[in-house]
Design a protein around this ligand. Structure first.
Ligand code: NAP
Length: 420
């Protein structure tokens, strides 16, 4: 038998897994829960770290969908009418570049945040549990594995509380073929299933503007999940989504700051005007994502979003950098055909050595971002349009470059590959 604490009572799970709900009221603070009396629990239940005491009160119970009972009842009231502190927001991908800022923003706005993390999080798993707890201060941190639905659901069951909103900032750290499907599709879908089974009626997805022109595996994986999310909203009255498709992040444009600072030329493809983007900072994007948690005007929408100011080509980004370091611009222009040649070679090799599929995929990712704009693709003209790409926030790329020149690249490291 297992015992889980919940905001509206506690659940006893019998051997036959029948639920007996007992309501009670208490203000007792609980800072760590690990109650597991069941010899039948399939995997060990991880501890839940609560930065704020969990308060129990009698509250109206949300109908919770169970995977075996598809005839879900419509949720009779909207979480949007509750106070932020009573709105339970589950954040997956909470330890990523954007996810971390999203958690902070939601905590600052007073939501009750449940952040899912791995015990070794961050790039190459370099953050210990203590460091992760510190980075996610203010949230209730649950160490769990989103890639295994059963153990993930167990962790949430152990937490006991219902969920109002799921925010996914999950992403493959490598962009490799299998990992993209495992994270950008499967793990993200697990978070939808687990969230729905605990009553979630809204899902905010961090996607990417580049899925408009899908040529890469991770884009196909994201699009498959987006389509299933939209279907869920179509099929179940009362369930909604917001799909956020941002343009380039600052970290993706910061790779040459230190090289230019060291006197090297700025490297760009073609004439440096093959593509452009409206870069957005982590904080501004996190703020936009937090808006999506309760804003009714963002319900059931696909939301492309860029940062403030005009769209910038690589050549313009280079000019900004040279101005900041006080040097004459020096560009190294690389013909894009070189990348096409490299991709051709890798595509040929992958037919002989299938294990090279990720190397070939990374080549394609590099080629994609060298030539495709991170802007809205106007369906009428088939061209990228800076005007049709909404702007949000206040942080400019110039301010960001200035900060990195002054303080270094800490916090702006790329993932386990060199592309994103
Ligand atoms: N880079 C850009 O310019 C850009 C532009 C537009 C959109 N985007 C999109 O933005 C999204 C998020 O980007 P980001 O830079 O914030 O991502 P990120 O820093 O790589 O973070 C990825 C998150 O997913 C988690 N994750 C990855 N693999 C996992 C696994 N096997 N098991 C459990 N958790 C796992 C990571 O957890 P750990 O910390 O435990 O690894 C981390 O929390 C991506 O979908 C990307 O396509 C990026």
């Amino acid at each position: 038998m297992s015992l889980c604490f919940s905001s509206n009572g506690f659940l006893l799970h019998s051997k036959k897994r029948q639920r007996i709900k007992t309501c009670f009221s208490s203000q007792s603070p609980i800072t760590q829960i690990q109650v597991n009396l069941s010899p039948f629990t399939p995997s060990p239940i991880p501890p839940l770290y609560l930065s704020e005491p969990l308060k129990f009160s009698r509250k109206r119970v949300c109908s919770i969908r169970n995977s075996t009972t598809p005839d879900v009842q419509t949720i009779p009231f909207s979480f949007r009418n509750k106070n932020p502190k009573d709105i339970n927001v589950l954040v997956v991908g909470s330890t990523g570049y954007i996810g971390n800022f999203v958690v902070r923003e939601l905590v600052n706005r007073g939501f009750n945040v449940i952040a899912i993390a791995r015990e070794k999080s961050g790039i190459k798993g370099r953050n210990s549990t203590e460091e992760t707890l510190d980075k996610l201060k203010g949230a209730n941190v649950c160490f769990s594995d989103v890639t295994h639905l059963d153990s993930f659901e167990n962790s949430l069951k152990n937490f006991g509380s219902s969920i109002d909103v799921v925010v996914s900032c999950l992403a493959s750290r490598s962009g490799g073929v299998k990992d993209s499907w495992k994270i950008d599709y499967e793990a993200t879908k697990n978070s939808l299933i687990a969230g729905r089974n605990r009553g979630a009626s809204h899902f905010v997805l961090l996607s990417a503007i580049c899925v408009q022109k899908p040529l890469l595996e991770f884009q196909h994986a994201k699009l498959k999940f987006e389509a299933e999310l939209m279907k869920e909203a179509e099929n179940f009255n009362g369930f909604t989504y917001s799909i956020v498709r941002p343009t380039a992040f600052f970290k993706s444009l910061a790779g040459q700051v230190e090289l230019v600072k060291d006197g090297k030329p700025y490297v760009m493809f073609g004439d440096g005007k093959l593509c452009s983007c409206k870069p957005i900072s982590e904080q501004d994007l996190a703020s936009f994502i937090a808006d999506c948690v309760i804003s009714e005007d963002k319900i059931n929408q696909v939301l492309p979003i860029g940062g403030p100011g005009k769209a910038l080509t690589p050549s313009e980004q280079g000019e900004i950098l040279f101005r900041l370091v006080g040097r004459e611009p020096k560009f190294l222009k690389v013909p894009i055909g070189i990348m096409d040649f490299a991709i051709g070679v890798l595509d040929f090799l992958v037919k002989i050595f299938p294990s090279m599929e990720d190397a070939a995929e990374f080549g394609k990712i590099g080629r994609y971002y060298a030539a495709e704009s991170m802007l809205v693709l106007d369906p009428e003209t088939g061209e990228y349009s800076a005007e049709k790409t909404p702007s949000y926030g206040k942080d400019t790329l110039e301010d960001f470059f200035e900060r990195v020149l002054r303080e270094g690249m800490t916090g702006q490291e790329l993932g386990e590959q060199t592309i994103f």
